[in-house]
Design a binder for this molecule. Structure first.
Ligand SMILES: Nc1nc2c(c(=O)[nH]1)N(C=O)[C@@H](CNc1ccc(C(=O)N[C@@H](CCC(=O)O)C(=O)O)cc1)CN2
Ligand SMILES: Nc1ncnc2c1ncn2[C@@H]1O[C@H](COP(=O)(O)OP(=O)(O)OP(=O)(O)O)[C@@H](O)[C@H]1O
Length: 219
């Protein structure tokens, strides 16, 4: 019995370590992209984003303000505003650890930096929306693989946000918000050691490709 516990604990530790190493490596790669590479990536991503049928049909879309070498989302936000769509940004919850709030983001919305140094709308309860009222949530990510597995910054924020969607999806029911990952091509890896709480993504857009994944039901 104790042997089994030791083995499973070792496996858990191995998974944790391999995720942490992958996180470090991919973050470093995207941070090292040149300004010219970043600009080209943002332009190509915009073209794919505007061309996406679900995004065209959406009236409310959550994006995020880019950080840490992530592909720049500002042009996507500007395009959504031009199209008359409602844009929402994540705000780190002030007291519910690991949770996000989503706030309406307009050109005049005051921004502040959160504890990670990422810009977010100043908390104002009048601007809060429930995730289930958002058509599409574009998620940041650190790494993804060819099964749609997503590795984030390590806070579990989006895994918690997308739990509701995934439960409905697994029961063959459509629900909101529909997640679409955004990433640089260099963030694609061979495989991610998944944890049981990880929510896979049905689609990921990179500057050079639109990935659609066949997610396996896990129930
Ligand atoms: N642009 C953007 N916004 C986002 C996310 C994201 O991945 N990208 N998030 C996605 O979830 C949430 C924030 N999650 C984050 C989690 C960890 C770190 C981070 O830098 N961690 C440091 C440790 C810092 C600390 O603990 O104080 C590190 O790993 O070096 C940043 C953001 C919400 N907003
Ligand atoms: N649905 C959940 N319920 C409770 N805890 C969760 C849930 N999802 C993730 N966690 C916890 O959050 C922590 C971080 O998870 P993980 O390393 O997978 O984050 P991530 O996917 O990299 O980050 P993010 O989703 O914020 O980009 C883990 O310790 C995990 O226990």
């Amino acid at each position: 019995m104790s042997g089994f516990i030791a083995t499973s604990e070792q496996a858990d530790l191995k998974t944790k370590q391999s995720r942490q190493l992958l996180r470090q490596q991919v973050r470093q790669q995207r941070q090292q992209l040149t300004l010219a590479q970043q600009d080209a990536a943002a332009i190509s991503l915009l073209a794919r984003f505007c061309d996406h049928k679900k995004i065209q049909a959406a009236t409310s879309i959550a994006l995020y303000l880019s950080n840490d070498g992530e592909v720049n989302t500002q042009q996507l936000i500007d395009w959504c505003w031009q199209q008359g769509k409602n844009v929402y940004l994540p705000v780190v919850h002030p007291f519910s650890a690991g949770h996000l709030l989503f706030l309406h983001y307009q050109p005049h919305t005051p921004l502040v930096k959160n504890r990670f140094g990422i810009g977010e709308p100043k908390l104002d309860v009048r601007n809060v929306i429930l995730p289930t009222q958002i058509d599409i949530i574009c998620t940041p990510l650190v790494a993804f693989d060819d099964t749609g597995a997503r590795l984030g910054m390590g806070g579990g924020f989006y895994d918690r946000t997308l739990q509701h969607w995934y439960q409905h999806f697994q029961a063959n029911k459509k629900s909101k918000p529909y997640p679409i990952g955004l990433a640089h091509d260099c963030q694609r890896v061979t495989a991610i050691a998944s944890e049981h709480w990880d929510i896979p993504l049905p689609e990921i857009i990179t500057p050079s490709k639109h990935f659609s994944f066949k997610l396996k039901p896990q129930l």
